[in-house]
Ligand binder design. Sequence first.
Ligand SMILES: [Fe+2]
Length: 186
Amino acid sequence: MEPENLLPSIVWRGNYSGNLDLIKKRIYSYIESKPYSMTNLYGNCIQSSAADEPPHEWEELTDFNTWFADSYMEPWKNWNYELTDNIVPKSWFTYYPKEAYAGAHTHNMVSLICIFYVNAPSGNLEIQNPLFYHWEGTPRRNGLEWLEIPVNTGDVIMIPGWVNHRTKPNESDDNRMIITINLYAH
Ligand SMILES: [Fe+2]
């Protein structure tokens, strides 16, 4: 028997092999220059404002943006989305010092979330199985409610905005840094 994959794949993985040093430097300089424009989230993680110098407009992301423009089309088509030019991006970075994590959340009204792991020493992504409740009443061995996705520096994960997701805590002394790009298409 082989699976017949009729359903779209909700988690997509890629890897950006470009240089990350200048991007990391830009994040550190932002943190030093704008300590009050950032939001403290769960477990001491720090988030930049999506309205103020969003990363997708940084010149340090020029090469990444070219890579991203090609890469998101595959999940976009797999999810049966319209091909439209009417796409609005929003972006920000999140910085996780030791023990910081993100609690479970979704991105309301977002067509596609791109999570770019600029530095990922520790703290995998987890998504909630959207079919979890549908397997109730079956002889399942465990709930398979939260599914862990290993992530490394340079990885890029794309999921639809409705997928509930969270992160494991950063257990490293090194800081974890991600850039999130939300695409809104209407
Ligand atoms: Fe998120």
